[in-house]
Design a protein around this ligand. Structure first.
Ligand SMILES: Nc1ncnc2c1ncn2[C@@H]1O[C@H](COP(=O)(O)OP(=O)(O)OP(=O)(O)O)[C@@H](O)[C@H]1O
Ligand SMILES: [Mg+2]
Length: 242
């Protein structure tokens, strides 16, 4: 299901001179269309993935540090003002659930949830208190228990907390949620997650967001190169400079 089908950057080109408007992901963004239930945004560290998807999350009324609409707290006010300039066009259907899952500030979101919620509700929605479990366990606890379908889900590098097995679990859950009319927008570096069937992949380049085939994506190519030629890659990386 596609709940948001288009993003338009209404800021005029001549006013895109400062952060966050001048980063490649945003500078060349005038219109972006979501065409699949699952959209991946990839690109180097610092290319603007988090800035881009955080702006979408904030435009939807979600907390910039992660969580749902109802989790209204703020530790550091670092989120960008970009959301004022990105206009989202919604499709004909309304999502009933939404969640912004953000690995880098998950600890803060987890602390706040544990603090404000009674145990019975935590057990029902998240599988228990989040800080009584490891990073990956609590991350998976949110994914498996809290997300209920008919949802718009935005994940920022979900793989960073997860083992490969847990990543498989995430993909199974995504499949279940996709069948229950959900839309996913995900920033990732994971060549495994990127293989999710039927997903669209966009790479942030100096020219903006470019559609990319799985087999041509950097996470896939670099991982393949490493696994197939591990010794040669390591030798090149670690050889002493003459
Ligand atoms: N408050 C800020 N002021 C100025 N520049 C910033 C600010 N926050 C982030 N940046 C810059 O914006 C760029 C995009 O950052 P962003 O966090 O969106 O990258 P990313 O693609 O999510 O990277 P990663 O893969 O490391 O998570 C980076 O070059 C970063 O240094
Ligand atoms: Mg990021």
């Amino acid at each position: 299901m596609i709940y948001i089908n288009k993003i338009t950057n209404i800021r005029p080109m001549e006013e895109r001179k400062e952060y966050p408007y001048n980063i490649p992901a945003i500078l060349h963004l005038d219109e972006f269309e979501f065409k699949s239930n699952v959209t991946f945004i990839i690109g180097e560290n610092g290319s603007g993935k988090s800035t881009f998807i955080e702006a979408i999350a904030v435009s939807l009324g979600l907390n910039p540090e992660g969580g749902s609409t109802y989790l209204n707290y703020r530790t550091y006010d670092t989120h960008s003002t970009l959301f004022n300039d990105l206009k989202l066009r919604r499709g004909p259907y309304r999502n009933k659930d939404s969640y912004f899952l953000r690995a880098e500030s998950f600890y803060n979101a987890a602390s706040e949830l544990d603090r404000i919620t009674d145990y019975a509700k935590m057990l029902r929605n998240y599988g228990g208190y989040l800080h009584q479990r490891s990073h990956g366990e609590s991350f998976l606890g949110v994914i498996l228990n809290r997300l209920s379908g008919n949802g718009l889900y935005i994940f920022d590098e979900p793989e960073s907390a997860l083992s490969i097995n847990s990543l498989y679990t995430l993909m199974v859950k995504m499949h279940e949620l996709e069948k229950k009319d959900s839309q996913f927008i995900i920033a990732t570096h994971s060549p495994i997650l990127l293989a999710y069937p039927g997903a669209d992949i966009y790479t942030i380049t100096n020219n903006g967001l470019e559609p990319t085939k799985y087999e041509e994506s950097m996470p896939y190519l670099l991982t393949k190169q490493f696994i197939l030629n591990r010794e040669r890659v390591l030798k090149e990386l670690l050889s002493e400079e003459e």
